[in-house]
Design a protein around this ligand. Structure first.
Ligand code: PRP
Length: 216
């Protein structure tokens, strides 16, 4: 039996963590210290034997694939960008929702027709997803990888367009940019290490069922 197996859950920092904490609390998993303020990296939870680590979003797939975490909570944007990594994607948690879009300056959009794009210069922190999206459409891309403030790229002449996440749309509006193409609906997902699903299956399944019930 694996009902008493120890489990570690890796949760992506930021908005995903903020929205995952109430969901996990409804599933009976409450970190014993405040994750956003503690300097501790491995947190005990109210569930005996279940620990939580809070890491950068881009690191969650690595923790889960290599088994340093049995479960992970991370945005679909990160999973798409790490599509070569191997783990199970179990549940759409319905939190941390936003969309991945192509955006460009309002002035450029006025005379622009996305169906006629042949070659684009795009700034993004999602180079892999961006290349794949446009390769499928037969559009050549020069992709410039940035790690933040993508909206600055068209304003500073670094790129004509950006691929970025949009939630309220306030950042685009404030910088006079408009969405011109939708790429993907994004939300946080529950992922699992492949071996752990077999070796610790009783406890994993029980926990996943509780999290699934909290989503519904
Ligand atoms: C994200 C995203 C946009 C902004 C969109 O950035 O990259 O910049 O949020 O949100 P809005 O539509 O509600 O304005 P984040 O704050 O995560 O920082 P980043 O620029 O470092 O990615």
């Amino acid at each position: 039996m694996t009902l008493n197996a120890r489990l570690t859950i890796a949760v992506a920092k930021g908005r995903t963590l903020e929205e995952a904490l109430p969901l996990l609390a409804r599933s009976g998993i409450v970190p014993q210290e405040e994750p956003s303020t503690t300097r501790k990296l491995v947190l005990d939870t109210s569930e005996p034997g279940v620990k939580m680590v809070v890491v950068r979003a881009a690191d969650v797939p690595t923790y889960v694939q290599l088994g340093a975490a049995d479960l992970g909570i991370v945005g679909k944007d990160v999973l798409m960008e790490h599509s070569e990594q191997e783990f199970y994607e179990l549940l759409d948690l319905g939190i941390s929702r936003c969309r991945m879009v192509v955006a460009e300056p309002r002035a450029l959009a006025e005379g622009d027709d996305p169906s006629r794009w042949t070659r684009l210069r795009i700034a993004t922190k999602y180079p892999g997803t961006t290349r794949r999206h446009f390769a499928k459409k037969g559009v050549q891309t020069e992709v410039i990888t940035l790690y933040g403030s993508m909206e600055l790229a068209p304003l500073s002449g670094l790129a004509d367009r950006i691929v970025d996440l949009v939630s309220s749309g306030n950042t685009l509006r404030a910088n006079d940019l408009v969405e011109v193409e939708h790429i993907e609906h994004i939300s946080a997902r529950l992922v699992a290490n492949i071996a752990a699903m077999r070796i610790k299956q009783d406890r994993m399944k029980a926990l996943i069922a509780r999290i699934g019930a909290s989503v519904r």
